[in-house]
Design a protein around this ligand. Structure first.
Ligand code: FES
Length: 106
């Protein structure tokens, strides 16, 4: 069973926005897409840009450094699905957003 950790309150992350949180010393980008929450590794695989500070449009976030885009639901680049970021499990308990890192993350 993955260990879920509370990282934010639902009301802290309005729909269409992103947030950066730390889980066990790892920075995770957290997104609210129309009320559904998604979490991926905050570190862009291109050159380490902070995906949690990127612009979110639908399910796609654009890295603020050089514009690589990732689907926050799948972790894949729409332009090249071979390039991915790791995704985390997210659940909502009451008004708390909880994340579990995947096995062997980082
Ligand atoms: S670091 Fe993200 S696009 Fe370059």
């Amino acid at each position: 069973m993955p260990e879920f950790v509370t990282v934010a309150k639902v009301e802290d992350i309005p729909p269409g926005t992103a947030h950066t949180v730390e889980v066990h010393g790892i920075w995770i980008a957290l997104f609210n897409v129309d009320g559904s929450f998604y979490a991926v590794d905050n570190t862009c695989p291109h050159a380490g840009g902070p995906l949690g500070e990127g612009h979110l449009e639908g399910h796609v976030v654009e890295c603020p450094w050089h514009g690589w885009r990732f689907n926050v639901q799948t972790g894949k680049r729409p332009e090249n699905p071979a390039i991915t970021v790791s995704c985390c499990s997210v659940r909502i308990e009451g008004n708390q957003v909880q994340i579990a890192l995947p096995e062997g993350f980082k």
